[in-house]
Design a protein. Sequence first.
Length: 222
Amino acid sequence: MLNLDFSFFSWQVVSGYIVKGFIFSIELTLIAMVGGILLGTLLALMRLSSRRWLNLPAAGYVNTMRSVPLVMVILWFFLLIPLVIGRPLGAEISAIITFTIFEAAYYSEIMRAGIQSIPRGQVGAGYALGMTYAQTMRLVVLPQAFRNMLPVLLTQTIILFQDTSLVYAIGAYDLLKGFEIAGKNFNRPVETYLVAAVLYFAICFSLSMLVKRLQQRIAIIR
């Protein structure tokens, strides 16, 4: 049996090591979610376009990002981009940019499915009212698509929060990094990793239950 000792955990440990990493993990999740949804919506519209010069680059981008492990994209961006621009970006900035462009590929597929779920008759109705394509998408299609795909978008955001732990690869100070440093300083790595696992589970499970309730409410509205 492991000789586990959690007595070293105190508010000083939490405030000194964990809170800083937790704040960055939340910031990274929210920024990547907003940026990813915006860029993903643009990619979805490009993929649905009949113009090949819009469709093919968007499809290539999405398929490439979805075929490469996230940790590899994080490392590539962190190591290669400074060579191109001539100066380092820093681990935190690199993580934010990488997560945004990577998650956009997944949000794009969600938004594309949401847009395709809207009956084509509503697009025709928008045209009949004199709306342009952009107005029809902005005022008629996208609001309904966002409502239909909201539970899936939030589920992907939960996965995004879990994936933020991968920024350890470039030394960014996230939630897991805070637990790791605390474990090394107090020579209790097993205990800190166990607490980290419980905290990640509690956060993600709670959010999953909220998404489930939201999905039920949307179903009732329909």
